[in-house]
Design a protein around this ligand. Structure first.
Ligand SMILES: Nc1nc2c(ncn2[C@@H]2O[C@H](COP(=O)(O)OP(=O)(O)OP(=O)(O)O)[C@@H](O)[C@H]2O)c(=O)[nH]1
Ligand SMILES: [Mg+2]
Length: 317
């Protein structure tokens, strides 16, 4: 752990990769080593700008991150991209793990691109991603970008890990206001309409106006997020998106940002405790047996779910 921590501190990407693999491991001795490693590196956490990028499959998240990341490294900043793929537990492989979709950034010496694997639970994915993000900070990355595919609640989970959350959409996809109905918009600090190029340009600009109008209504008195258009493939509007992100963070101010991070750390603790409780409980064979019985009774309709849950504990489990 000591050598690994030194490697991460020195910004060695091999060490960073191994450290992330360690926090992702579920083997008992790795879990302890990972906790030690994170504790050792703790003083180096908190130094990066943390940005989440989400959007429906195919809107251009990876292409956009390749463009944005390259824009930032060209300005001398070190950039890490963590790609979260909650579908990988179903598909058996990480779709986002296909690094060729960030061709420039993957080869950029100032960048680090890492697909993070799925996990049994969204909470587990969120924890690993949070820890990977912290490790990137300890390795000296100044901007950490977290890509998540817009599936179910994963976006909301990622919004809870970052300083600013960007929702990427496209215009005229027959689903004008993607995200609105899923409530994801409520978490967006910035909405970016991608593919504003060629034949799609007019559609994208129209979508921009539509989103701006809808967000005004949705947010009520709270300031609505800005809506911008860009073309990830042409590199147009990318600099403006970054400016808008920085302006948002500046408007928020250091104090509000620190509050947000404190609340996030507190939630991470709550979740770690809940995960540990569950793990410890399930480690007892007697409890597992009892749970199976109770679950069968609930499914058979002889016990109500809440009443059955209480019995798990009433029996000393
Ligand atoms: N015209 C145009 N096409 C784009 C743009 N950005 C991405 N694309 C294309 O859209 C397709 C999907 O791009 P990706 O970057 O892989 O999209 P993604 O959102 O990361 O996709 P998933 O990871 O599968 O959810 C690719 O064929 C890209 O070339 C853009 O700005 N303009
Ligand atoms: Mg992608």
């Amino acid at each position: 752990v000591g050598a690994l921590a030194d490697g991460v501190r020195a910004g060695e990407r091999g060490a960073l990769s191994r450290a992330i693999t360690l926090v992702e491991s579920t083997a008992p001795r790795d879990v302890q080593a990972a906790a030690d490693l994170l504790q050792t590196l703790q003083p180096l956490f908190g130094r990066a700008v943390r940005i989440g990028i989400s959007g429906a499959p195919g809107v251009g998240k990876s292409t956009f991150l390749d463009a944005l990341g390259t824009h930032l490294t060209a300005a001398g900043r070190r950039v890490a991209v963590l790609a979260v793929d909650p579908s990988s537990q179903v598909s058996g492989g990480s779709i986002l793990g296909d690094k060729t979709r960030m061709p420039r950034l993957s080869r950029d010496p100032r960048a680090f691109v890492r697909p993070s694997p799925g996990g049994a639970t969204l909470g587990g994915v969120a924890r690993r991603t949070r820890e990977a993000l912290l490790l990137c900070e300890a390795a000296g990355f100044e901007v950490v970008l977290v890509e998540t595919i817009g599936v179910g609640q994963s976006e909301v989970a990622v919004a809870g890990l970052v300083d600013a959350f960007v929702l990427l959409v496209i215009g005229g996809a027959g689903d004008e206001l993607q995200g609105l109905k899923r409530g994801v918009m409520e978490h967006a600090d910035l909405v970016v309409v991608n593919k504003a190029d060629g034949d799609g340009k007019a559609r994208a600009l129209q979508a921009c106006a539509d989103y701006a109008g809808a967000l005004d209504l949705l947010r009520g008195p709270a300031p609505a997020p800005r809506v911008l258009a860009c073309s990830a493939t042409h590199g147009e509007g990318i600099a403006a998106v970054w400016q808008a992100i920085e302006a948002h963070l500046e408007r928020l101010g250091r104090g509000a940002l620190d509050d947000r991070r404190r609340a996030q750390a507190g939630r991470a603790f709550d979740e770690a405790v809940a995960e540990l409780l569950r793990e410890r409980l399930l480690a007892q064979p007697e409890t597992r047996r009892r749970l199976a019985e109770l679950r069968a009774a609930v499914e058979a309709g002889t016990l109500a779910p809440a009443a059955a849950a209480r019995r798990v504990f009433a029996d000393g489990g």
